[in-house]
Design a protein around this ligand. Structure first.
Ligand SMILES: [Zn+2]
Length: 243
């Protein structure tokens, strides 16, 4: 623990060594020993074990508990019943009713934590003035309307055999129709958050709705803008080597 100002409630407190992304979302790339495998593209297998994912002293213990109880636990419970199963069939769609506020703020919380983090691996996430807007939304449990910081998910699978993409990547800033968005990769899914208002109509149509309607369509990772990165880091390397 370390003394400082909590980045969520802004109170002075002892800060917890917080997970940037909750343990539950790094599961798909955990190895046999429970270590998270970081896809680095280096070494024989292109991976190196990370004991515990990304962590940093960011939040006080009350906020840590709040995030866990309000967002992480409800999200995990929902995801268990709707998560995509291997293999993904072309044209398949997951349609579900979820708790709009908790499901959406779970992803916005992950993006917020990546933005306030000073870890070099997450330097690509810089939300600027949006950071404080998200902070207040998370604290108040206010997810806004469906088009404000719209969140959409695309299940990433291989067009070769339908296998789900079992790798997490660092979040990335992406321009869609010249508007800012961020994309996060976990739970075999690309989670897109639109930052700018308007535009990016394709993503907007897939966004989580205020009545809780969630639609997850699939996208072959071979046709993804970061396919070269995925391919060079995974496709030609054995991600989970057998002992
Ligand atoms: Zn706090």
């Amino acid at each position: 623990m370390k003394h400082g100002v909590c980045r969520l409630c802004l109170e002075e407190a002892m800060l917890q060594n917080s997970h940037i992304f909750p343990k539950s979302v790094s599961k798909p790339i955990r190895g046999d020993k429970g270590h998270m495998l970081e896809i680095t593209g280096e070494g024989r297998y292109g991976t190196k074990p990370r004991q515990d994912g990304y962590k940093e002293h960011l939040l006080c213990s009350a906020c840590e508990t709040f995030c866990n109880d309000e967002y992480e636990k409800p999200f995990n419970a929902t995801w268990q019943s709707i998560a995509p199963t291997n293999p993904w069939k072309r044209g398949q769609v997951i349609q579900a009713k979820v708790d709009y506020v908790k499901f959406k703020l779970f992803h916005l919380l992950n993006l917020f934590r990546a933005s306030i983090s000073t870890l070099p691996e997450l330097a690509g996430v810089q939300l600027g003035p949006h950071e404080d807007v998200l902070r207040k939304m998370i604290l108040k449990g206010d997810a806004g309307n469906s088009q404000r910081y719209a969140v959409a998910g695309l299940v990433l699978y291989s067009q070769v055999d339908g296998s789900l993409l079992e790798a997490n990547f660092h979040p990335k800033r992406m321009l869609r129709e010249r508007r800012t968005s961020y994309t996060m990769f976990y739970l075999n899914t690309e989670w897109i958050v639109l930052i700018s208002d308007g535009g990016a109509e394709k993503v907007r149509r897939l966004a989580l709705q205020e009545d809780g309607t969630l639609m997850l369509t699939g996208h072959p990772w071979q046709q993804h803008p970061i396919r070269d990165e995925i391919f060079s880091r995974i496709a030609d390397k054995e991600v989970n080597p057998s002992p």
